[in-house]
Design a protein around this ligand. Structure first.
Ligand code: PMP
Ligand code: GLN
Length: 382
C-alpha cells in the first residue's frame, strides 16, 4: 500500500547524520549541539533521591507545582516579571515539544507563519503538519540581524504567528531592545501571536543581556516563551523544558500538551526544582561559556576560517568562501573524515538550502577537546 508522506521533503536530521559520521570516523564531534561534559553530580544525586523516595508515577499534566513555582521565581529574579505558576507555566518534554504544542495550539489550515531564515529545523515541519504556510524572512548577513522592513512586507491578513529565536541558532545573534520594540509595534493592531524560542537564554556573551519577550508588556500578552533545562544544566538527554504564556494561551497550549505527552518525567522535575533554588547554577553560565567561546575563537584565528565571535548560544559559525567554493555539506563531510572534526553545514538551516560557505561548530566541550579540534583544523587545506 503506498504511503503518502505528510513531510515528503524531510529526511534524517543533519544532527543525527553528522553525529553518526563523527562516531563512524572517530572524529571530534562539534556538530550536534550538546555538552561534551557531564552535568553537576549533585543534580544526578537529586534525581536518585526522588526516585528512591517513590516519585516515579505520572507528574501532574502541567508539571509538578514546586518546579512551576521555581521557574516563576527565576523569571521574577532575572527578568523582573511576575508569572502565575498555576496558570502561566507549563513543564514539557523539551523545548521541541513546547514549540510543537504552541504551533499546534494556534495555527490552522492556511494560516501564514513568519519564520526567520535560517531557522532551527523543528519549526517548519510543525507549521506544515498543522496546515500552516511558512513565510521566510531572510536575516541580514554577516551578523544575522533582523530586517524589519522585510518583516513588515511579509505580514499579511493571513499572518497568525511569528516565530522568534534569541539567542539564535545557528548564528548566535541576540535580539536588541530595538528588535523587541519594532516587533511589538508591527503587530500591535493585528491578530498575530508570537512563539519565542529562548533555549539559550543563559548562554550570552560580552556583557549582553538576554531580552526575553516576557520583558516587553505588549509582547508578553501574546507570546509563548519556550525554554529548556537541557541547555541550562547540561542535561540535553533529559528532554525537559517549559512554556511560559498568559493564561488564555497556556490553556490552549495545555490542551495540546496533554495529548502529546500528557506529562513529563517526575523525578527529574523534583530534582530540577531543588537545583533551581540556587540561582548561581544558571547565573554563572555566561562566564562559563564565554571562556569556551573565547578559547575556541582564539584558536580559530590561526586557521583559514573567517568569523565574527558569537553573541550567544554555544555555537560558533565560520566562513570559508574567501578561499574555496567547496559546497558546505561536502566540506563538513570531508572535515569529519579527513581532518577528524565534525561540524554542521549551515545550508541545512536555510529554507532553500542556500550555501553561503559557512560551517557551525559547537563549543560546549571540554577545553582539552576544543584544543585538539583546533589543532586538527590547522591541517585543513581549502
Ligand atoms: N530550539 C533551539 C534553537 C535549539 O537549538 C534546540 C536544541 N538544541 C531546541 C529548540 C530543542 O530543545 P530541547 O532539546 O529542549 O527539545
Ligand atoms: N539543537 C541541537 C543543535 O542545534 C540539536 C538537537 C537535535 O539533535 N535535535 O545542534
Amino acid at each position: 500500500m503506498p504511503i503518502s508522506s505528510k513531510l515528503p521533503q524531510v529526511g534524517t536530521t543533519i544532527f543525527t547524520t553528522m553525529s553518526k559520521l563523527a562516531t563512524d570516523y572517530g572524529a571530534i564531534n562539534l556538530s550536534q549541539g550538546f555538552p561534551g561534559f557531564d552535568c553537576d553530580p549533585a543534580l544526578v544525586d537529586l534525581v536518585t533521591k526522588y526516585m528512591k523516595a517513590g516519585h516515579n508515577q505520572y507528574a501532574p499534566m502541567s508539571g509538578v507545582p514546586v518546579l512551576r513555582e521555581r521557574i516563576a521565581e527565576k523569571t521574577r529574579l532575572i527578568y523582573g516579571v511576575e508569572l502565575n505558576s498555576e496558570t502561566e507555566v507549563t513543564v514539557v518534554s523539551g523545548a521541541t515539544e513546547a514549540i510543537y504544542a504552541a504551533v499546534t495550539a494556534v495555527v490552522k489550515q492556511g494560516d501564514e507563519v513568519i519564520l526567520f531564515d535560517p531557522a532551527y529545523d523543528c519549526y517548519a515541519p510543525a507549521i506544515e503538519l498543522n496546515g500552516g504556510i511558512p513565510i521566510y524572512v531572510p536575516l541580514v548577513m554577516p551578523d544575522f540581524s533582523v530586517d524589519w522592513d522585510k518583516v513588515n512586507s511579509a505580514i499579511s491578513d493571513k499572518t497568525r504567528l511569528i516565530l522568534v529565536n534569541t539567542p539564535h541558532n545557528p548564528s548566535g545573534y541576540v535580539w536588541t531592545p530595538f528588535d523587541l520594540a519594532t516587533l511589538a509595534e508591527l503587530i500591535q493592531d493585528r491578530d498575530i501571536l508570537v512563539i519565542s524560542d529562548e533555549v539559550y537564554e543563559h548562554i550570552i556573551f560580552d556583557g549582553r543581556t538576554h531580552l526575553s519577550l516576557l520583558t516587553h508588556p505588549a509582547l508578553r500578552e501574546r507570546t509563548f516563551v519556550c525554554g529548556s533545562f537541557g541547555k541550562t544544566f547540561h542535561v540535553t538527554g533529559w528532554k525537559i523544558g517549559y512554556c511560559l504564556a498568559p493564561p488564555r494561551l497556556s490553556d490552549e497550549f495545555r490542551k495540546i500538551h496533554q495529548f502529546l505527552t500528557f506529562s513529563t518525567a517526575t523525578p527529574m522535575q523534583y530534582a530540577l526544582a531543588d537545583y533551581l533554588a540556587k540561582p548561581n547554577h544558571y547565573l554563572n553560565l555566561p562566564t562559563y561559556y564565554q571562556q569556551k567561546r573565547d578559547l575556541f575563537c582564539e584558536g580559530l584565528k590561526t586557521t583559514a576560517f573567517e568569523f565574527i565571535p558569537a553573541q550567544g548560544s554555544f555555537f560558533q559559525m565560520v566562513s570559508y568562501g574567501h578561499l574555496s567554493q567547496e559546497p558546505d555539506k561536502e566540506l563538513a563531510v570531508r572535515l569529519t573524515k579527513e581532518i577528524g572534526v565534525a561540524s554542521i553545514p549551515i545550508s541545512v538551516f536555510f529554507s532553500d538550502q542556500r550555501d553561503h560557505k559557512i560551517l557551525r561548530f559547537c563549543f560546549a566541550k571540554e577545553d582539552e577537546e576544543l584544543m585538539k579540534a583546533l589543532d586538527k583544523l590547522q591541517n585543513l587545506d581549502l
